[in-house]
Design a protein around this ligand. Structure first.
Ligand code: HPA
Length: 233
């Protein structure tokens, strides 16, 4: 069944989907790592490819930026495409002094400044957590690769250019490892639809010391995160 955002059929999609933010990154991953990648969606250029990795079927699809975008695509994958697990691979800014550029952050949980979870009308606030199963596998894979990795709570923010430039320090105080813009919605969708999700991030910038990575450096460091994600399928 097609949706307004996805022209693929149910059997075009694997049970596991890797989701980078950038659809061209999805294309790059498909061409670099997958055998027989087949384009299964191109609506709005949100490219999705299905192929095999070490004999296992996997789909790689862009999510776009922000919770509204990943909210749509991940909901449809879980609900209408029979997908069991989504592994987001992205970048983040770190809030902590002990975390270096290119380190890997595995998001055990996501906090947020978004009201995404208000739709569930819960009598309180919702703690958005990764699948424990995927989390454990990602930690094992990271240890095996001797990656510099951190596991904990991240912030999924609706705002990249925030008026109050010091607001992040309040999250830093609470031990938040870094900031990106998608995982809270992804984890909510997984919880609501009884599916699995995990986010693995590469640190691309630091709010603490204002260091940034170049596009070329990001490409290289991305490989480690990608290979950890592929170990999970
Ligand atoms: N803020 C939000 N999202 C991000 C950042 C950031 O500093 N870096 C990478 N993704």
């Amino acid at each position: 069944m097609a949706t307004p955002h996805n022209k693929g059929n149910v059997n075009d999609f694997a049970k596991t989907v890797l989701m980078p933010g950038d659809p061209l990154r999805a294309q790059f991953i498909a061409n670099t790592y997958l055998q027989n990648p087949k384009l299964v969606n191109s609506v709005r250029n949100m490219l999705a490819y299905t192929g095999t990795y070490k004999g296992k079927e996997v789909t790689v699809m862009g999510s776009g930026m922000g919770m509204p975008s990943i909210g749509i695509y991940s909901y449809e994958l879980f609900k209408f495409y029979d997908v069991d697990q989504i592994i987001r691979i992205g970048s983040c800014g770190t809030y902590q002094e002990n975390i270096q550029l290119f380190d890997i952050i595995i998001a055990q949980g996501a906090s947020t400044d978004s009201n995404y979870a208000s739709q569930y009308q819960l009598p309180g606030s919702f703690s958005a957590l990764a699948s424990y199963d995927l989390l454990q596998k990602a930690i094992d894979a990271s240890k095996k690769r001797k990656a510099n990795f951190h596991v904990g709570n991240i912030l999924s923010s609706d705002i990249f250019y925030r008026a109050d430039g010091d607001a992040w320090k309040k999250w830093q105080e609470m031990g938040i490892l870094g900031v990106e813009m998608e995982s809270y919605a992804l984890y909510c969708n997984a919880a609501y639809l009884h599916k699995k999700a995990l986010t693995i991030l590469t640190v691309s910038d630091s709010l603490v010391n204002h260091q940034e990575t170049t596009a070329e450096e990001r490409e290289k460091s991305f490989t480690e995160m990608m290979e950890i994600a592929l170990d999970l399928i």
